[in-house]
Structure formats: structure tokens, C-alpha cells
Design a protein around this ligand. Structure first.
Ligand code: SAM
Length: 162
């Protein structure tokens, strides 16, 4: 597989899962996009979930100008500084859907980041809430349902809070 094939497969998995999760979640609860990047997946989510409150987290906003959330919905800063006050403000179990795409090429750093973020993300998910991630997370109260989706193993990770 070429790097181009691999990139296409990853983006296809990402889009298919965002579409699937947008249909699967219930009507109540926040949607969180973690890692705005250039805004591609945020743009997709807001298109698939019109009218829904989507909060976006990013430490260094540099998205395409058309892909910024409305005022009040972009939370700027490092996740370890911004997520705890967000949880305090909105409450544990306030999110119906979390999409997190923040990995880098440094696998050790990715593992450590996922380990530290897992309890914060887990506490935000409501019962039945879904997390889509570009990597594995360790969330004991969630079921790994990646295999129930049509996405090839290891390409993207899907969890549902019990
Ligand atoms: N899904 C996005 C898209 O489709 O355009 C791409 C996201 S990009 C791969 C990852 C983003 O996560 C980067 O913009 C980076 O600045 C942000 N990020 C990574 N670690 C972060 C952290 N600890 N706190 C806040 N933002 C972070």
C-alpha cells in the first residue's frame, strides 16, 4: 500500500465514521471536536449535525477561514488546561459524541497523550455516548465497538459508554 493509499483509507474511514456516528447519537448532548487542524472534520460534522452545539478544542488555531466555529464554541489552549474547566462547566456525562484526532508521528508521545486524556474523555461521555478516535483510549466504562463498524481494524477506534 502506498502512502497515498494509506491516507485515502484513513480519510475514508474518518468520513464514514463521522457519518455513522451522526446518525447513531441521540438528540441530547454536546458534540466535541478535539483538534480543529485545518477544520475538515469539523466542517463535516457541522454539515451532518445542523443546529447541534459543537464545541471545538485546539491549542493553535490555524484552520481554513471558512471552518471556524461560531463565537464561544472554539476553546483555545492545551487540552489538559481546557478540558477540566469545560467538564466543570458542562458537567460529567454531557457529551453525546466526541471526535478526537490529535495524533502525531511520535508513537510514544501518542500513547502517553491517550493514557492521560482517557479519564477526561470518559467522564465527558453520556450513557450511550460515542467516542471516535484516531487512536486507542483506555476507558473502562466504555465498550470498544470498533469491530461493529465497517472500518478496517486499527484504522480508527470507536467506543460507546455503557
Ligand atoms: N481533524 C482535523 C481536520 O480534519 O482538519 C485535523 C486535526 S490535526 C491532525 C490535530 C490538531 O490537534 C492540531 O491542529 C493540533 O494543534 C491539535 N492538538 C494536538 N494536541 C493538542 C493538545 N494537547 N491540546 C490542544 N490541541 C492539540
Amino acid at each position: 500500500m502506498t502512502r497515498l493509499d494509506s491516507a485515502i483509507r484513513r480519510l475514508t474511514a474518518q468520513r464514514d465514521l463521522l457519518d455513522w456516528a451522526s446518525r447513531a447519537i441521540g438528540p441530547a448532548g454536546l458534540v466535541l471536536e478535539i483538534g480543529l487542524g485545518n477544520g475538515r472534520t469539523y466542517d463535516h460534522l457541522r454539515d451532518r449535525l445542523p443546529g447541534r452545539a459543537i464545541y471545538v478544542f485546539e491549542r493553535a488555531p490555524a484552520a481554513h477561514p471558512d471552518c471556524y466555529p461560531p463565537e464561544g464554541y472554539l476553546i483555545v489552549g492545551d487540552l489538559f488546561d481546557t478540558l477540566p474547566p469545560f467538564i466543570e462547566r458542562h458537567g460529567r456525562g454531557s457529551a453525546a459524541l466526541i471526535h478526537i484526532d490529535i495524533g502525531t508521528g511520535d508513537e510514544d508521545a501518542n500513547l502517553s497523550l491517550a493514557r492521560r486524556l482517557s479519564p477526561l474523555l470518559e467522564s465527558l461521555l453520556q450513557a450511550g455516548g460515542i467516542l471516535l478516535g484516531d487512536r486507542a483510549f483506555s476507558m473502562p466504562s466504555c465498550r470498544d465497538i470498533s469491530a461493529d463498524t465497517k472500518v478496517p481494524e486499527g484504522r480508527y477506534f470507536v467506543y460507546q459508554r455503557e
